[in-house]
Design a protein around this ligand. Sequence first.
Ligand SMILES: Nc1ncnc2c1ncn2[C@@H]1O[C@H](COP(=O)(O)OP(=O)(O)OP(=O)(O)O)[C@@H](O)[C@H]1O
Ligand SMILES: [Mg+2]
Length: 307
Amino acid sequence: MSSSLQSFLHLNYCPLSDVATGKPSLLSVPSGQAVLEAEGLHFHYFDDADAVAGVSFKIMPGETVALCGHNGSGKTTLMKLLAGLLRPAKGLVRVAGAELNAKSAQEVFRTVGLLFQDSQDQLFCNSVGEDVAYGPRNLGLSDAEVKKRVALALNITEAQHLEQRPIHHLSGGEMKRVALAGIVAMQNSVLILDEPFDGLDPASTSRLVTLIRHLVSDHGYTVVMATHQMSLVPEVASRMLVMQGGLLIADGPVRELLTNVPLLEQARLEPPTITRFFYKKALLENRKPERLPLTLDEALKWQVGQE
Ligand SMILES: Nc1ncnc2c1ncn2[C@@H]1O[C@H](COP(=O)(O)OP(=O)(O)OP(=O)(O)O)[C@@H](O)[C@H]1O
Ligand SMILES: [Mg+2]
C-alpha cells in the first residue's frame, strides 16, 4: 500500500497504533518456541475421507502465513483444528508449547482468535454492539474497558455506524467487518483468519491489509490467513502453506511458491495476475521466467528501474 494511502487512513480514522494497547496474550512464548504447532494432524467428518490428512508445521511468533488451496482442500478444517473448535482424530496442536486439550482450551481461546469463513456462524447476538462486546465481557473486563474496546474495534473496522443495527440486517461485507471487530476487540495475539477479505470492498480490503501488517510488525501478532485472493498474499504474508486434498503439499517463502507456476497449477491455484502477466510474457519471448514481480508496486518499481 502506498504511503499516501496509509497516511490518509491514519488521518481519517482512528490510528491503528491504538489497536493493541493492552497485553494481548496470556500464554508466553519462550524464544525459539513455536507459537502454533500442528503435529501429524488428521481429521475426518463422520465416515468421510480425511479432510486433513497428516499435516505438520510450526509457526513462529510474528510470522504471517497464507494458507492456500482449492475448494475443499481442508483449509477451514485445519483452521478449526488450530483454534480448538474441532478435535483431531490423530495428532495434536500446540499453542505456545502447550498441548491444546480440554484443560488448556480456556487459556488458548484467550490467545488464539478465529475469524470464521462464514460470518453468520460467528455472529449470534441481536445487535452489532452486543456482539462485539460479547468476547471482551467474557474475559471479565470492566464495563469501561469493554466499552473502550468495542468503540476502538468498531472504529478500526469502520463499523461504528452499525453499532445499534440488528445483525440480521447487515450486508455480507458489513457482517465480515463486524465479525472482524469482534476479533480485534479480543486482542488475541494469534489471529487465524479464514477468508478475511471475502466480500470486502477495495477500501476495506486495503485497510485490513494495513491492520494486519500493523498488528504483526508493531505488536508482534502472529497471523495465519486462508485466502483465494492470491494477489493479496504477497501484500500480507511472507510464508505460504499449500493444501491439496487434505495434504500439505508445500510450505515455503511466498516469493518462492507464488512464482512456482507448475506447483500452483497442480494445486489448482494461480499466481497473482501481475505475476502471470510477466510469466507469460517471458514464455512468449522465449525467455526463462525469472525475477517475476508479485505485486503491482514491485512491477512498476522494477520496470522504471530497468528503463
Ligand atoms: N461439516 C462438514 N460435514 C461434512 N463434511 C465437511 C464439513 N465441512 C467440510 N467438509 C468437507 O471437508 C473437506 C474440507 O473442507 P474445508 O471446508 O476444510 O475446505 P476448504 O479448503 O476450506 O474449502 P473452501 O476453499 O471452499 O473454503 C471438503 O471435502 C468438505 O466437503
Ligand atoms: Mg474454507
